[in-house]
Design a protein around this ligand. Structure first.
Ligand code: SAM
Length: 316
């Protein structure tokens, strides 16, 4: 089994030449399992005691911005999900790059926050815990099955400040203009960073046509997020795809429409497997402001990811 050839050819044009071999090899490996403590239900110390009592060997990941993050051997994942701590929602299994997006958005208690593409709710949980279950957290998801899975997750993890909506994120900007202090748009994407060369199912729906169709949806979701954002508010855009059509291009589209009211903010990440966004792709030349975004390159622990943080001007 292998990755689609069109995908690897494009990846070679996106990733720096000296890193391409390493990046490609990560698709052949099972990823380390990482998880984080749920501060709404317990503390890192109490979780560590529970894991030790269940004979789960864990390694603490020291991550300045995010406390209570752990790694275990993938072979122990099943046992981890059979522990009492798992059933009680004391931790949430999630990749490190997924944890970083809500942390960089940095919502505060009592704010009004929107998670515009929220299911299954892994990032909503972090937003809720950073808000200490206060304020107003809207979580939007149009897929019925995923919506109910998200509701179950939020409930079992002790989230009480979330209001859930089964609706299309493209309609939210018009329905709720200028309403939110912070918005997370962890956009639906072609999930290229989740590909595994040993799992045909992970790549079977990928086509270049789908990447381009997804790009159109992402553009519309970004415009909706802009409309829903308060003046002075912050918007974090992320995807788990490498394609510039899903990352730099939708941001370019947003800046062409509303650039006079937007700036991008520089990001500091606690690891160095990152590259700057592309300055051009094909005939498209990207706005300089997009250079503040980061493309996270995959390792044996961290999934590939793309993140951009934007701020709307106070007089928008
Ligand atoms: N943020 C989630 C988490 O960390 O658990 C993952 C979100 S996933 C990358 C993108 C989600 O967007 C999917 O659940 C998908 O069903 C949803 N989606 C698809 N089309 C959408 C739309 N038009 N509006 C809002 N969400 C949409």
């Amino acid at each position: 089994m292998s990755l689609p050839e069109a995908f690897t050819q494009r990846l070679e044009q996106i990733v720096p030449r000296e890193r391409f071999g390493n990046v490609l090899s990560t698709f052949d490996l099972p990823k380390q399992v990482t998880f984080r403590v749920n501060p709404l239900q317990t503390t890192p110390e109490a979780l560590e005691a529970e894991l030790t009592a269940s004979a789960i060997a864990f390694e603490r990941i020291e991550w300045g911005v995010l406390q209570g993050v752990y790694r275990i051997d993938p072979a122990d994942k099943l046992r981890l999900t059979q522990t009492e701590a798992f059933y009680r929602g004391h931790f949430y299994i999630q990749n490190l790059s997924s944890m970083i997006a809500p942390v960089l958005l940095a919502p505060e208690p009592e704010e009004t926050v929107l998670d515009l593409a929220a299911a299954p709710g892994g990032k909503t949980l972090i937003l809720a815990s950073m808000m200490q279950n206060t304020g107003w957290l809207s979580a939007v998801e149009p897929s019925r099955e995923r919506f109910f899975r998200m509701c179950d997750n939020l409930k079992s993890q002790g989230v009480t400040n979330a209001h859930t909506y089964m609706t299309d994120g493209r309609s939210v900007g018009k329905k709720c203009p200028l309403m939110f202090d912070r918005i997370l748009l962890d956009a639906p994407c072609s999930s290229e960073a989740r590909f595994k060369s040993f799992d045909e199912k992970s790549t079977m729906f990928w086509t270049l046509h789908k990447v381009k169709e997804t790009s159109k949806l992402q553009r519309r979701l970004l415009l909706s997020a802009f409309d829903a954002l308060k003046p002075g508010g912050k918007l974090l855009y992320s995807t788990c795809s490498f394609s510039p059509e899903e990352n730099e291009s939708p941001l370019q589209h947003l800046l062409e429409r509303h650039g006079e009211h937007l700036k991008t903010l520089p990001l500091v990440l606690p690891f160095d497997n990152v590259q700057k966004p592309l300055t051009r792709w094909g005939k498209e030349i990207f706005d300089e402001r997009i250079q503040n975004a980061v493309r996270i390159l995959p390792t044996d622990t961290i999934d590939g990811f793309f993140i951009c943080l934007l701020e709307k001007s106070k007089n928008a």
